[in-house]
Design a protein around this ligand. Structure first.
Ligand code: MG
Ligand code: MG
Length: 255
């Protein structure tokens, strides 16, 4: 499938879908605490999506049984929410998507549970930095490879394992559209970015090696060496200037 350019009306719908995803993250972040289960977070997101008149793009996708992907500690992506109870010192990557009027939003964030180690705090901060470096490189007239190159330029000098088998993607009428967006590589690789392209940018960085494996549930992707992993993702639209973040985090307004 070719890369699609969205018109202003379609981008408006993606902004609405992104807003639903942002509200979900706000509610999840407020709920995360030691003792909460990943299934509790899944129910919160199910209810927010329904309450805002949106639908889930995760639930039932190839049979996925959750409204979120909940990936704890050494789990990278596609963790199944359930009975697991969060403990202080854990990290949890929560990946959330929603559909409004047929258009998709997709955003992941890694949250600390209670008190986490300095090393883990750095992992979260650096992976978030890598996300924003990637977003800053998402400019019309540059190639898709500029995004991964920018992510790699943050992650590589700090010694993180950069996950290669999974990455960003086009998004719009489908959750996964062309092109694939690697989190490393040459800035001169891949298709040219143009205004109206909508992309999910999502670095995944490991404290250890980059190698991954899939658990027996056939969903959960973990680091092969058991090291911790972080995952930060936004859906953006390429413009004539800076990219617009469609799933931008909500900030409390202080009057
Ligand atoms: Mg996602
Ligand atoms: Mg994604």
């Amino acid at each position: 499938m070719a890369i699609t350019i969205k018109n202003p009306n379609e981008i408006s719908k993606m902004r609405d879908a992104g807003h639903v995803v942002s509200v979900c993250h706000q509610q999840v972040e407020a709920a995360i605490a030691p003792g909460v289960t990943t299934g509790d977070l899944d129910e919160i997101v199910r209810d927010v999506i329904a309450g805002m008149g949106a639908t889930s793009n995760f639930y039932g996708h190839h049979g996925f049984p959750g409204y979120i992907c909940a990936s704890v500690n050494d789990e990278i992506v596609h963790g199944i929410p359930g009975e697991r109870r969060l403990e202080s010192g854990d990290i949890i990557s929560v990946d959330i998507g929603a559909i409004v009027d047929g258009f998709h939003g997709d955003s992941a964030w890694t949250y600390a549970v209670g008190d986490v180690s300095d090393e883990t705090q750095r992992l979260l901060r650096d992976t978030e930095d890598a996300l924003y470096a990637g977003i800053s490189a998402a400019l019309a007239g540059r190639r898709i490879g500029a995004i991964g190159s920018a992510v790699e330029s943050v992650a590589r000098p700090l010694g993180y394992g950069i996950v290669e088998g999974y990455g960003g993607h086009g998004i719009g009428r489908e959750m996964w559209e062309e092109p694939h967006i690697p989190n490393l590589g040459s800035p001169d690789s891949g298709p040219m970015m143009r205004p109206g392209m909508t992309l999910a940018i999502e670095p995944m960085l490991n404290l250890g090696d980059h190698e991954t494996k899939v658990l027996a549930d056939n969903w959960t992707v973990v680091t092969a060496d058991g090291s911790r992993s972080a995952h930060f993702e936004h859906t953006v639209v390429i413009t004539d200037g800076e990219p617009e973040i469609l799933t931008r985090r909500l900030v409390a307004v202080v009057e």
